[in-house]
Design a protein around this ligand. Structure first.
Ligand SMILES: [Zn+2]
Length: 1006
């Protein structure tokens, strides 16, 4: 017996720990396997498939199974009640709800047998595209069963989602009965969705397709049929004329007649988790070959496209080959023998990936086609080989793929200015923007408005914008940030290890993190926790720069919410001399450059996705020290870090008193929006012969939680509001405010806003002036679904006139419910609004202003708009159309009561309630409607509550313009008019609500 010494004991412990962690990584992992044999026949007259499927299900899990979840995804196209139907409906796509039967699809004629004996398939009552196959006997760990079934698929219209046909062009995807994944988290049954991808078991596919002989087919797998190989080679490179095909242009559906002869072609593949095929008689074919960089394997590349898109597809083989080459180089070699791209007309985005074969939507340029082909081919790695759960962790495929797509573009085309050329034609100082910037800007624009969501969000819970801007783009950006920090070689080594360890498996986020941390030796919680699981924003700032002994020491402060590594570059005479990464972790860090720098910049490469980059630059020279050189440009441009941006443009304006106004707007609005914004827009008023205009400064914050966005600002407005001469009849208002979007950044149909506004307003009138001070607090809630809209507004105002003792406080509540009562293309809405308001105190010493301080039954006119919230053409107008302009507040009546024309009937400084009903007519153009209003209110000259109602016909153009023709009005309204003239009672409204939202760039673009 050997005597143990303590050191041996320690060694043994270490060995045990190492062994345990190895077991954890290597041996606990298991996955199921499904091997398919499918025969299928295409009926291109009825647009249907009939087939027979047999699969062997291997239970490699440690558990015993009593049933298997089976996906029947073609049933998603059955009607509007499926998960797909509901999702599309919310996005305004109603084909599955209201389209005729020919556009819908489904799978039937199923007859499941297990090992030759009939078996029961229970269809999920909620999801007809999910079934539960009940096993005859428990399937123990390590055992296999053979499952067979015939099936018939009605192919839906290609306009709906990924499975479909457009004429006789077929995209046969998600088309056969398919077991769901069983993994360490249990079963993963998922209904088919357009926004939200898939998760499937690996295995082998042996698929035989029978169809008319003149179809050209692109598919998953290696073609096993010799005659079909010869056919493909014989048409390789042949033109449309050579092949005797009818002319074809975009959108046309002229197909050659299907040949009477049929063919059966067979494809096989190992280590894939799906099989798709595409068939079109018009496809032109190009064949190429590429060698993988590491193992030097040959891969055959195929491009199948229609003549209509030939212009861009002529270089498609180059795109396919370069995609295979770069992705293999960075991540690990492509393991299959062929790669195919087909030209399709699918509705689900620009392209869609399947193992070995990708379908590409219509492109409008060479660059766009290249990006889509590269992206879709890239999915062979991030989806095909690394088979993560795309529905739950969509970023693991789309985001990592976007990183590679961005890297491909800036590696292959270092000088490409794709974004400037494609999107903006190089206008507006958005020069030198490449493909990377399109993602960077997109993300920063969304984040700047507080509407982003965490990267780790279930696909179906993302807003449409965030699905692209966050799941794809932000993930691409944050992994690119990691790549810049680790350096290409360590990053590639980490990703290649991930690829080696998880090829043909189901990696989870924790598996990716474990591999990257182990290989890089870094703690990546800043990435995997902050940047992926939250919407925390990155923001670094230069706090101190000092030079001595020929060195420059820079102190950097982390003023953001993410403890990431920081890239700091030193410049001399405008040339980048040295770049250092400060390690993550500390609130304050210091870097020392080897030589003296005259300028320092954080994130000079632009590869850190900071929302606000205005605090990133320091330079030594210049009159104002740290103030950056001013850059004056026309209209609007990109936010340039090294400059103080100043944009200008001429502006025109007009109202009844100022008449025509001409001026200049100076501002720093840029893309993405800076957190500090200003606008100065003086205009010369030809009516008032004075300077009118607006000015505003504000600062935006993006808190971690509870508020999506918080903004403090102060605006100044001055316009003429009467026809008096230039020294009188104008107002000057100073309006400090705080506004915020309430809630966390989790998406969903609810939005809530709060605004606290204060005011100092001076009205210059002869013989005396009015000086109002006051403020209001307003809370808005809204809920929006496809057919329902709810809005709630709670508000309290306080105003006092500091020149006498007039003052009041009032509170009001307004709730609106809108319902789309006619769906489909006609789309008609009905709405009900209720309003209630009360004055809590009202002291009046100057009765001249009583109407201005009142609730108005017909909504606030210019004189009642005390906080200058709207744009009025006739702010003080008491009669004529400019007195009627605003609507949809206070009493909301569609009559002109209370607007001067009818005396002051319908104003109240007590309480007021009202109900407003509006319905868009079911027939005729959408602009016509019927309205009815009912009001009950307290009026000074009446001892009991006053009732009023009106009813009539309306014509409305959107939310902006409306004309209302009364048919019936209550007596008190009728009597209030001075004449019998009907024209006087016709209400005209024009709504511009620009003044409160002048600086939201997203709004300007809408
Ligand atoms: Zn993708």
């Amino acid at each position: 017996m050997l005597k143990q010494n303590p050191f041996m004991k320690f060694l043994l412990l270490i060995t045990l720990v190492l062994f345990a962690s190895f077991r954890l990584f290597g041996q606990n992992y298991w996955q199921q396997k499904v091997d398919y044999t499918i025969t299928v026949k295409l009926d291109d007259v009825k647009h249907a498939l009939s087939g027979f499927e047999s699969f062997v299900y291997h239970n490699n899990s440690p558990q015993t199974l009593d049933f298997i979840y089976i996906h029947l995804w073609p049933n998603a196209y059955k009607n509007g009640k499926t998960a797909l139907g509901k999702q599309l409906y919310e996005d305004g796509e109603q084909l599955l709800n209201f389209g005729n039967d020919s556009v819908k699809g489904g799978i039937d004629s199923l007859h499941f047998q297990i090992n030759g004996k009939d078996a029961l398939l229970e269809i999920d009552p909620k999801n007809p595209d999910i079934g539960k196959l009940i096993l005859h006997a428990p399937l123990k760990s390590g055992e296999s069963i053979t499952v067979t079934t015939p099936f018939h698929v009605k192919i839906p219209s290609g306009e709906i989602s990924r499975l479909g046909h457009v004429g006789q062009s077929y995209q046969i995807t998600q088309w056969y009965p398919k077991p769901a994944v069983f993994d360490k988290n249990g079963w993963n049954p998922i209904p088919y969705l357009t926004q939200g991808e898939f998760y499937s078991e690996y295995g082998t596919f042996d698929v035989s397709i029978t169809l008319p002989q003149n179809y050209v087919v692109g598919a998953t797998g290696d073609l096993q049929t010799e005659s079909e190989r010869q056919f493909m080679d014989s048409i390789n490179g042949k033109s449309h004329n050579d092949r005797g095909l009818p002319p074809h242009f975009v959108g046309s559906q002229s197909f050659p007649k299907s040949s009477d002869e049929w063919k059966t072609i067979r494809f096989t593949q190992e280590n894939v988790h799906d099989f798709a095929w595409f068939a079109d008689k018009r496809y032109l074919v190009l064949k190429g070959e590429v060698e993988t960089p590491h193992t030097k394997q040959k891969v055959t590349s195929w491009a199948l496209f229609t003549q209509a898109n030939q212009k861009y597809w002529s270089k498609s083989i180059e795109y396919l080959n370069d995609a295979i080459r770069y992705y293999s180089l960075w991540n690990g070699d492509y393991p299959y023998k062929q790669v195919t791209a087909v030209d399709g007309t699918i509705s689900a985005g620009g392209g869609m990936e399947y193992p070995n074969v990708t379908v590409i939507g219509n492109a409008s340029s060479d660059t766009e086609l290249e990006i889509v082909i590269v992206h879709e081919v890239g999915h062979n790695w991030f989806y095909g080989i690394l088979g993560s759960n795309e529905r739950v962790h969509g970023w693991m495929d789309e985001g990592l793929n976007t990183l590679n797509e961005m890297r491909y573009m800036y590696t292959k085309y270092p000088k490409n200015t794709y974004l400037s050329n494609m999107v903006l034609n190089g206008r507006f100082h958005f020069d030198e923007l490449n493909h990377y910037h399109s993602g960077d800007f997109f993300y920063r624009l969304i984040a700047g408005t507080g509407e982003d969501q965490p990267i780790e969000t279930h696909s179906a819970d993302f807003t449409r914008t965030n699905y692209a801007g966050i799941m794809y783009m932000k993930t691409g950006l944050v992994f690119n940030y990691l790549k810049e920090y680790l350096g290409d070689s360590l990053f590639d080594q980490s990703m290649q290890t991930y690829y080696r360890e998880w090829s043909f498996k189901h990696p989870q986020p924790e598996d990716l993190r474990a591999t990257l941390e182990r290989v890089s030796g870094k703690d990546l919680s800043w990435l995997f926790t902050d940047l992926i699981q939250t919407t925390n924003h990155i923001d670094y700032e230069i706090s101190k720069v000092s030079s001595f002994d020929g060195k420059t020491v820079v102190t950097i402060k982390n003023v953001g919410q993410v403890n990431g590594p920081i890239e700091v570059s030193g410049f001399r005479d405008g040339k980048k001399i040295q770049t250092i990464w400060a390690e993550n972790g500390a609130k304050k860090s210091e870097v020392t450059f080897d030589s003296e720098m005259d300028a320092v910049q954080i994130n000079a490469s632009g590869r850190i996705p900071e929302v606000d980059q205005s605090n990133n630059y320091w330079h030594q020279k210049g009159l104002f020290g740290r103030i950056e050189p001013l850059k004056l440009q026309f209209l609007v441009g990109k936010d340039e870090v090294q400059k103080s941006n100043l944009f200008w443009s001429p502006i025109l304006g007009g109202n009844q008193y100022d008449k025509f106004m001409l001026g200049i707007a100076l501002h720093n609005f840029s893309v993405p929006s800076p957190s500090f914004q200003f606008l100065l827009a003086p205009m010369y008023s030809f009516g008032g012969r004075r300077i009118s205009g607006i000015a505003e400064i504000n600062r935006t914050f993006l808190p971690k939680r509870n508020l999506k966005l918080s903004r403090f600002g102060i605006s100044l407005r001055s316009f003429k509001n009467d026809t008096l001469d230039k020294n009188d009849g104008y107002y000057v208002a100073i309006l400090p405010y705080w506004t915020a979007k309430i809630g966390n950044r989790i998406g969903g149909p609810i939005s809530q806003n709060i605004r606290v506004q204060s005011m100092y307003r001076l009205d210059m009138f002869r013989p005396k002036q009015r000086e109002l001070v006051g403020g209001y607090i307003q809370y808005d809630f809204s809920y929006t679904k496809a057919d329902h809209q709810v809005n709630l507004e709670l508000r309290t105002d306080h105003v006092s006139n500091s020149m006498n003792s007039d003052q009041f406080t009032r509170s009001s509540v307004a709730a609106t419910y809108k319902y789309r009562y006619m769906k489909n293309k006609r789309s008609r809405w009905v709405e009900l609004r209720v309003f209630g308001g009360n004055y809590w105190n009202f002291d009046m010493y100057n009765s001249g202003a009583v109407s201005a301080y009142s609730f108005a039954l017909s909504g606030a006119g210019g004189i009642q708009d005390l906080f200058v919230e709207d744009y009025f053409f006739g702010r003080s107008a008491q009669s004529g159309i400019w007195s009627q302009q605003r609507l949809e507040n206070m009493g909301g009546f569609r009559s002109t009561a209370g607007n001067g024309a009818s005396g002051y009937f319908g104003t109240s400084t007590g309480w007021m309630t009202a109900a407003n009903f509006y319905i868009e007519t079911p027939i005729g153009p959408k602009i016509f409607g019927l309205y009815a209003d009912f009001g009950l209110f307290d009026q000074a000259y009446s001892s009991k509550p006053v009732q009023a109602y009106d009813l009539g016909l309306a014509m409305r153009l959107g939310k902006v313009f409306g004309i209302y023709f009364p048919i019936v009005q209550s007596d008190n309204i009728v009597k209030a008019y001075s004449s019998e003239n009907y024209a006087e009672r016709i209400r005209f409204t024009l709504k511009f609500n620009l003044t409160n939202k002048p600086l939201d760039f997203m709004k300007l673009l809408q």
